[in-house]
Ligand binder design. Structure first.
Ligand code: SAM
Length: 355
């Protein structure tokens, strides 16, 4: 068993970004330490003096490159495939002595969402079925799922290497591996539709979605073609002005709820304030951030969701610089949340509105 650590899932290939983000944010939060990771692994561990305190100081919704945040309680290597349960129960007993919860409301057995991790899916499934009754018998798991209690995560990194970790369900993704399983709708004009759906699902809470995503709201979509984001806005009852020189899917135009403007998304502005402005233009992130700030500063929209494309190296630095630029140029206090969504590739998605 080794020391406790913060453990976060991320998109495979983006470990350096998450490591850099954790290094910086942990230091600012007064818990300096160091990140440990391997490129392509899909996770980052962060070691410091008091990982439990760090986990509390860094809420998941403030992290951009983390899909999930766990507190690792034990790292079990060299497990005997004939009995992996006994050492896990022993590790849990030891962790309780150090202040870990004694009773969990759910068990999730996971494996990295990476090329190396995917073959562990079968083991994770069957092991979960074996461990669940053993945990109940040992009094460590509630008889039925209880999402109010801490959740136990067993993470297989290899057949003989598992980690025991805990999630605080009030501050953790509600999806295994932090991946929302959204289905592509057959009518959606592009796969990008899933990005905006996921953004509305993860960057807004239930109360905000109810209050801020409403029928007959006015929206503008910059860089709209072929129309995936426009389609999501329209499905949420909005009327959309879609700005792009490229063609939009005909069904959108036929709906009577979409106006297509062949114009430059960096020049166009609405005549009246719109409820939502979304933007998926492929452009330099600093240029997009600056234009988005102008929209909020000038009051052209009440809120926005936009993507920042990050094709360069040093993507964490670029992210930080662009978000600082955006906040600074908006000239007003903002609610701002940014995240690399599951459906994002080399990009992040930002939600913002004036406070
Ligand atoms: N969100 C769209 C969807 O869901 O189908 C996909 C958008 S695609 C990634 C990027 C779009 O940005 C392209 O259609 C491109 O024509 C448009 N674009 C790039 N620069 C633009 C500009 N200056 N003004 C308007 N559109 C622009």
């Amino acid at each position: 068993m080794t020391e406790q650590a913060l453990f976060c899932w991320c998109r495979a290939g983006f470990e350096p970004e998450l490591a850099a983000e954790l290094n910086e944010r942990a230091a600012i939060a007064g818990h300096p330490g160091y990140a440990r990771t391997e490129r392509g692994s899909g996770y980052v561990e962060f070691l410091c003096e008091d990982p439990a305190a760090l986990a509390r100081a860094l809420p998941l919704d403030r992290l951009i490159f983390a899909r999930q945040k766990l507190l690792r309680l034990a790292d079990l290597r060299g497990l005997d495939p004939r009995d992996r349960i006994t050492p896990i129960l022993a590790a849990l007993d030891a962790a309780i002595e150090q202040g870990a919860p004694a009773l969990y409301g759910e068990l999730w057995v996971e494996h990295p969402d990476s090329d190396a991790g995917k073959p562990l899916a079968g083991l994770a499934r069957s092991f979960g079925n074996a461990l669940r009754p053993a945990l109940r018998k040992a009094g460590r798991l509630t008889a039925s799922d209880d999402t109010q209690r801490p959740r136990l995560h067993i993470v297989f990194l290899d057949g003989d290497h598992a980690m025991v970790a805990v999630a605080d369900t009030r501050d953790a993704s509600p999806w295994p591996l932090g991946i929302p399983r959204l289905r592509m709708h057959p009518d959606a004009p592009s796969r990008s539709a899933l990005k905006l759906e996921e953004a509305l699902l993860t960057l807004l809470d239930d109360e905000e979605r109810e209050r801020l995503v409403r029928d007959n709201m006015q929206a503008a979509d910059l860089g709209a073609a072929p129309g995936g984001w426009t389609w999501v806005l329209m499905r949420n009852g909005m009327k959309v002005t879609s700005v792009d020189n490229g063609p939009l899917r005909q069904a959108l135009l036929d709906s009577g709820r979409v106006d297509h403007l062949r114009a430059d998304g960096f020049q166009w502005q609405p005549r009246r304030t719109v409820d939502w402005m979304v933007c998926d233009m492929v452009e330099q992130p600093s240029r997009v951030a600056e234009r988005m700030a102008t929209w909020l500063r000038e009051g052209w929209c009440r809120q926005t969701i936009f993507n920042l494309k990050l094709p360069m190296k040093k993507r964490w630095e670029e992210t930080r610089v662009c978000l600082e630029l955006f906040e600074h140029q908006t000239h007003r206090p903002l609610v701002i949340r940014a995240r690399q969504l599951y459906h994002d590739r080399e990009e992040i998605t930002v939600y913002a509105r004036p406070r």
